[in-house]
Design a protein around this ligand. Structure first.
Ligand SMILES: Cc1cc2nc3c(=O)[nH]c(=O)nc-3n(C[C@H](O)[C@H](O)[C@H](O)COP(=O)(O)OP(=O)(O)OC[C@H]3O[C@@H](n4cnc5c(N)ncnc54)[C@H](O)[C@@H]3O)c2cc1C
Length: 417
């Protein structure tokens, strides 16, 4: 194999079309990808094969993954690929574009374990951008390099027990006292929160509604910050945290952007988070499809191969139809990103709909895969363990980062319906 080649799945529909694996044989082509994407894809796949796939089951059962994974992924040229070189990033030759981004998410998701993906690979991807976009130079200097190189962990803390979807009504307060803010409040469901060295925190500095919201960088070791791990349905090796801020004194220099103007950074951030969630859910759905075909080919029921039953074949075709069409939509949105339409106004509604569509499809595929595998998909061991785990990750995909009802409503409002 040359540097940019990957060992393709032998299962039809096991890879996106552009890998040259069109079902029915023969190659396929795509206008979106070049040799540099193939090289990057090979790098990510090699990492997933060597460092994730053999271990994710054990990590999820244990409830944690090794801290050194952050640094290993950085050394492999993956972890820092999306970030500027001046802060320690390792963009691929020619720069990291939207299709590198899609490849990264899609290939990583082959491991079928959202807990490690979000706690290790994605949490800093949603918490660092506001700092880079609007943080003081001193704050960027202090935070960016350690986070991008995997030496420090960073989380986004927006959601609260009383304000998840309704971000504009969050209650955590930051009251200015001289050259400090004093922060009081609670944050809930914060991914990676138990290990975080830095939090990007949404706080209320002004009056009611979105016009009173600011973003603050808060160090995890500040006096008055406490974290408690929450037990979750899935994502067991992620550390999902409940965080309490009790009279936490934060220097005003930690303010990200202008006071009472934090909402726009949160909204812009959501676009990319939802793109990632949608792309990841579609690879999870593809994994369900692939595992179903593998199982159905080797299992015998009623004296014939499981896959020869028409009902099973229909289930597989239905999954394939949905996965392939969703991937085409994701690529189309990546192209819009590529061509500069990444702000929340121009792409927000379309990304929201894609995220809803993809996570619903994941839900469908997880269920169908579980039916095809039968009892083996209900035990946390053996060949069905991947489907068992993914089934438990369906709900968080549909709810986290913007829940279905809220996103659909947002999309139609943006379309001025
Ligand atoms: C495992 C996990 C990890 C997470 N990680 C993070 C993180 O790192 N950082 C962070 O800030 N947040 C995080 N979240 C929070 C997540 O973003 C919120 O759970 C999500 O935004 C939904 O908010 P909520 O749970 O408060 O639901 P609510 O806002 O209470 O809504 C409940 C349900 O009602 C629906 N609903 C709400 N309003 C309406 C309406 N007007 N009309 C119709 N239906 C409506 C919603 O779609 C939802 O299904 C995480 C959540 C989970 C489960």
């Amino acid at each position: 194999m040359s540097g940019e080649e990957v060992e393709l799945s032998e299962v039809p529909y096991g890879e996106p079309y552009w890998y040259g694996s069109a079902p029915g044989g023969g190659g396929s082509s795509s206008p979106y990808y070049t040799k540099k994407h193939e090289e990057f894809r090979a790098k990510v796949r090699a990492f997933v094969e060597a460092e994730l796939l053999p271990y994710v089951h054990e990590w999820d059962e244990r409830g944690s993954f090794p801290d050194e994974l952050h640094r290993k992924a950085y050394a492999a040229g993956i972890y820092g690929a999306a970030w500027p070189a001046e802060h320690g990033g390792t963009p691929p030759p020619g720069g990291f574009d939207a299709f590198h981004d899609l490849i990264l998410v899609d290939e990583l998701a082959r491991c079928g374990c959202g807990g490690v993906l979000w706690s290790c690979f994605q949490s800093f991807g949603i918490s660092l951008p506001p700092v880079l976009a609007a943080g003081r130079p001193e704050v960027i200097q202090r935070v960016a390099r350690p986070v991008i190189t995997g030496e420090a962990v960073m989380s986004l803390a927006v959601s609260e027990p009383y304000a998840g979807s309704d971000v504009a009504n969050l209650r955590t307060t930051a009251v200015r006292q001289g050259d400090h803010y004093v922060v009081n409040g609670e944050k809930k469901w914060i991914t990676g929160g138990c290990k975080a060295d830095f939090f990007t925190v949404a706080v209320r500095t002004g009056g009611p509604g979105f016009k009173g919201v600011s973003l603050l960088l808060i160090e995890g070791n500040r006096k008055g910050v406490s974290t408690r791990r929450m037990k979750t349905q899935g994502w067991w090796c992620s550390t999902t945290a409940y965080i309490t801020f009790d009279e936490v004194r934060v220097p005003v220099g930690n303010l990200i952007g202008e006071e009472n103007n934090g909402f726009k950074y949160i909204m812009n951030n959501f676009n990319h988070e939802r793109f990632v969630l949608g792309a990841q859910a579609n690879r999870f759905a593809r994994v369900c499809l692939e595992e179903s075909i593998k199982w159905a080919r080797q299992r015998k029921t009623f004296n014939k191969s499981h896959i020869e039953h028409q009902v099973i074949r229909h289930k597989i075709a239905e999954m394939a139809r949905r996965v392939e069409s969703t991937h085409a939509w994701i690529e189309q949105l990546a192209y819009q990103y590529q061509t500069g339409q990444s702000d929340s106004k121009s792409l927000g509604g379309a990304i929201a709909l894609m995220k809803v569509h993809s996570t619903k499809n994941f839900e469908f595929c997880a269920r169908e895969a579980s039916q095809i595998l039968g009892g083996s998909s209900y035990v946390r061991e053996g060949k069905g363990q991947m489907i068992e785990r993914l089934y438990r990750e369906v709900r968080v995909s549909a709810i986290g980062g913007g829940s279905e009802e809220v996103l659909i409503d947002m999309a139609v409002r943006q379309a001025k319906l």
